[in-house]
Design a protein around this ligand. Structure first.
Ligand code: XMP
Ligand code: MG
Length: 183
């Protein structure tokens, strides 16, 4: 779905499909160079990272493996608390593997900081993060992101995997959701 198809539900358009494609290409070139023949395991965090994973994986001209995790952040209210529960775990043994976590967005950073530690404890040779979006003004913990797409303002965004109540994941670009949609 194009951003224009739901333009009334959006305020600012932040990132077009062309900008996303260009950035994914840039990140893929760096990842190829860094991992070369190490056959990294790309770990996608469901559900938001599905689009990034699908496009990034196809852009890579090296052999990779893919696996998926689903996690939920608990806490008072709707914000991430850093207390994370695994809803679906990996099928892959991480011993000695080079792991690249693929995420849609880093908000507080609490989920990824937890996930990074969790995967490191499983005996991986290395664990790095690739995230399409980051909200620097929302950071509660510092998480090092080796491969970052875009820094964005601290507003609720949808599209390219990101949803509001499961809608808008299939938008080709990323935009700020208009308040009238959730008020
Ligand atoms: P933390 O705060 O732990 O959480 O970094 C990251 C997760 O929160 C979700 N998230 C969003 N989802 N629009 C969304 O649709 C947003 O603007 C947004 N900000 C955070 C997302 O699931 C991410 O993995
Ligand atoms: Mg997510």
């Amino acid at each position: 779905m194009e951003l224009d198809d739901v333009r009334d539900d959006l305020t600012d358009v932040l990132i077009s499909k062309e900008q996303i494609a260009g950035k994914i290409g840039e990140l893929a070139r760096r990842i190829e160079r860094d991992y070369d023949d190490q056959r990294p395991l790309l770990v996608g965090v469901l559900k938001g990272a599905v689009m990034v994973m699908a496009d990034l994986a196809r852009e890579l001209r090296i052999h990779i493996d893919m696996d998926w995790m689903a996690v939920s952040s608990y806490g008072a209210g709707t914000k991430s608390s850093g207390v994370v529960r695994i809803l679906k775990d990996l099928d892959t043994d991480l011993t000695g593997r080079h792991v690249l976590i693929v995420e849609d967005i880093i908000d507080s950073g609490l989920t990824l900081s937890w996930l990074l530690q969790n995967l490191e404890r499983r005996g991986a040779a290395s664990v790095r993060i690739c995230a399409l979006l980051r909200k620097p003004d929302a950071a509660k913990v510092d998480v090092h992101v080796e491969y970052l797409g875009f820094d964005i303002p601290n507003e609720f965004v949808v599209g390219y995997g990101l949803d509001y109540a499961e809608r808008y994941r299939n938008l080709k670009g990323v935009a700020v959701l208009a308040p009238h949609v959730y008020e």
